[in-house]
Write a protein that binds this ligand. Structure first.
Ligand code: ADP
Ligand code: MG
Length: 639
């Protein structure tokens, strides 16, 4: 070992070395006094033990005093100095040794909690194989530029965020999204740095590298979240500010009354608010770390504490309870060919970004090219993929939010939308169409009417499959006593059919986007603590209104992560009961820790006043309570 490496070693393990030295001195001083009659020598060694172990503590205490933020170390220092002054060397050394042993163990366990997340970062490889000038080069992953193509071998870790441009594989995304099952990736799919390519070689066009990857962004946010104080934490901090001086006053008062110095020094030691101050942050840091590793981003202790009180979860229907992959299930022409209904509707919807519009346009494209003309001309194929037809856009187009679209093409007006839109425009629905609509809606499908120049020419039924996990998630929430509600812009009958299939307690249908917010406010006014689950973009207003906004599928979309209090990285509904249970467990854990801390101080205080508790025993129990709350909080890492 060189001199330099010895110094480094000492600095790194200073706390352990100091504690061990002070412990050894304390042990030998004590034995000397106990077994022999070298009392002076014993006292000298015990004082030395106090100085070795107490130097750092006293230094911090000095800072506490000069910055007027009296803390635990001030109390310990006063107690140790006091004990030496009155000749209780053994007590002084014991207090200092036990305290530094306690804070050493505390530091170790806290580090373990905080570094739980660093393991995720270690998932990202340091180097990447990049195609540059037609050659493969190994470069540091942080130096890959956006747009460069990275090659990842089967079994390799993906070093950058990007889009697959060649190859096909199954990718294990657990480090980012928490999903256990690998996800199939092919051309055009998004992949994340830190995930594992399991099967085939992939070529990836980089969109972000280094600190600009989804994984790094998530970890940064989690670290911020862990720093943010929860309401309980800030309450305790404010309390501790007054509490510590109060303990000193109490100790002085006790001495004035009893003239018993040991008693008042013991009061200083057992009055340390250690367990109270350390408990809540450990619980919260552990819970946030646990959640992050399961693909749930919690935005901080405040949200976590609020989530622990949730008693109602509202789900958006489309894209949340359902897959959000709407497809055309059936078309009904009313006096005209089905194909023409579809083509006309697709023209009107072409510029809309609504999921129903996408489904209609896709269905029209995939129809075999036919020469039929339903009032809109089928233009020359301008699409790149052969076999699909091109759909002409409308001349003009208006969105009626939550109702449909109104478009013009070649001098005809085309309206595609729900019953409310037809009512607004005084369009009469013939009974044959009404019957058809009712029948499809009772199956949980959504039907839009297609109107040409004021006459209904047909209807299109669309289906959005339920997510497989949805019924189980609803049951899991109900099992822990949480009410479930589905909110949707869809019509009453479709909503009822879907609600029944999912087994949800309640549903609210035909809601305009702003109505969803009003419904949530109404539940809150009834005294509910409401969580809203939605997609973070369309549902941003209701997510913001809810006590806890939960965004789904947030990896990759920064807006979702921004607006939500809690974000599920994957489209994994299963995470909701998990997150709710973890939040509840965290809330209990915080309460347990606060309770344990208060109980310990109370019992010790009673013990001191009845002279059952000595200075050293007080310190021992105090440190034990600190370690107990830390270990209790850390249980949340493995919840
Ligand atoms: P949700 O997100 O719950 O599906 P929306 O507010 O997006 O609710 O839509 C509500 C209803 O409005 C849809 O079920 C549909 O009947 C009608 N609608 C909305 N946009 C369109 C559109 N582009 N084309 C046809 N109908 C539409
Ligand atoms: Mg929606």
């Amino acid at each position: 070992m060189t001199k330099q490496s010895i110094t480094q070693y000492y600095q790194k393990h200073r706390k352990a070395i100091v504690t061990a030295t002070s412990g050894l001195l304390y042990g030998s001083g004590w034995s000397l006094g106990y077994l022999t009659s070298f009392e002076m020598a014993s006292a000298a060694i015990l004082v030395l033990a106090t100085i070795v172990g107490g130097y750092d503590i006293a230094k911090t205490a000095y800072h506490e005093v000069t910055s007027r933020t009296l803390g635990i170390k001030t109390l310990v220092t006063l107690a140790a100095i006091g004990a030496i002054v009155i000749g209780e060397y053994w007590e002084a050394a014991a207090v200092v040794f036990l305290f530094s042993l306690g804070s050493y163990l505390e530091g170790r366990t806290m580090r373990k909690t905080r570094t739980a997340l660093q393991e995720l970062l270690e998932m990202t490889p340091d180097t990447a194989t990049v195609r540059r000038d037609g050659e493969l080069q190994e470069v540091p992953a942080r130096e890959v530029e956006a747009g460069e193509v990275v090659v990842v071998k089967p079994g390799g870790k993906i070093p950058v965020d990007g889009e697959v441009v060649d190859g096909e594989s199954a990718v294990n995304q657990a480090p980012v999204t928490g999903e256990s099952a690998p996800v199939h990736k092919a051309d055009g799919d998004e992949v994340y740095a830190g995930t594992v390519n399991q099967e085939g070689a992939l070529e990836i066009r980089t969109t972000g590298a280094g600190s600009d990857t989804t994984l790094e962004r998530i970890i940064r946010r989690v670290e911020e979240a862990q720093e943010a104080q929860s309401p309980t934490e800030s309450l305790i901090d404010r309390f501790a500010k007054y509490y510590t001086p109060a303990v000193i006053v109490l100790a002085i008062g006790a001495y004035a009354v009893t003239q018993n110095a040991i008693l008042s020094l013991t009061l200083l030691v057992i009055g340390c608010p250690g367990a109270l101050v350390i408990g809540p942050p450990v619980s919260i840091v552990s819970a946030i770390g646990n959640a992050a590793r399961s693909g749930v981003l919690m935005k901080g202790g405040e949200h976590l504490e609020r989530a622990g009180k949730i008693d109602l979860v509202a789900f958006d229907k489309t894209g949340t309870l359902t897959k959000g992959e709407t497809t055309v299930a059936d078309i009904e022409g009313f006096g005209i060919a089905d194909d023409d209904v579809l083509t006309l509707a697709a023209t009107a919807e072409k510029k809309s970004e609504h999921h129903l519009a996408d489904a209609i346009v896709d269905a029209a494209r995939e129809r075999p090219t036919a020469a039929t003309d339903g009032g809109a001309t089928v233009a020359q194929a301008d699409e790149t993929d052969a076999g699909s037809r091109s759909i002409p856009g409308p001349d003009d187009f208006d969105v009626v939010a939550g109702k449909g679209v109104i478009a013009h093409t070649k001098g005809t007006e085309v309206v595609v939308g729900n019953r409310a839109l037809l009512e607004d425009r005084d369009i009469n629905v013939p009974s044959r169409i009404a019957d058809y609509v009712r029948e499809r809606e009772e199956r949980g499908e959504t039907v839009v009417h297609v109107v040409r120049d004021g006459d209904i020419i047909g209807a299109i039924a669309l289906r959005d499959e339920l997510r497989k996990a949805a019924p189980g998630v609803v049951t899991a929430l109900q099992d822990v006593g949480i009410e479930t509600v589905m909110l949707t812009g869809d019509n009453e009958r479709t909503a009822a059919a879907v609600a029944e299939e999912v087994g949800i307690d309640e549903y609210r249908a035909e809601l305009l986007p702003e109505d969803k917010q009003t419904v949530i406010e109404a539940y809150q006014a009834d005294g509910h603590v409401v969580a809203m689950v939605g997609d973070g973009i369309n549902d941003a207003p209701s997510l913001a209104t809810a006590d806890v906004g939960i965004a789904m599928g947030a990896a990759g979309t920064d807006t979702a992560i921004e607006t939500a209090d809690m974000a599920l990285m994957a489209d994994d509904l299963d995470r909701i009961p998990y997150a709710v249970k973890l939040s509840k467990a965290t809330r209990w854990n915080v309460l347990e820790n606060v309770g344990l801390a208060v109980l310990t101080v109370t019992v010790l205080l009673a013990g001191v006043l009845t002279s059952y508790v000595t200075l050293a025993a007080g310190m021992l129990v105090h440190e034990a309570s600190v370690l107990a709350v830390i270990l209790n909080g850390m249980r949340l890492l493995r919840h």
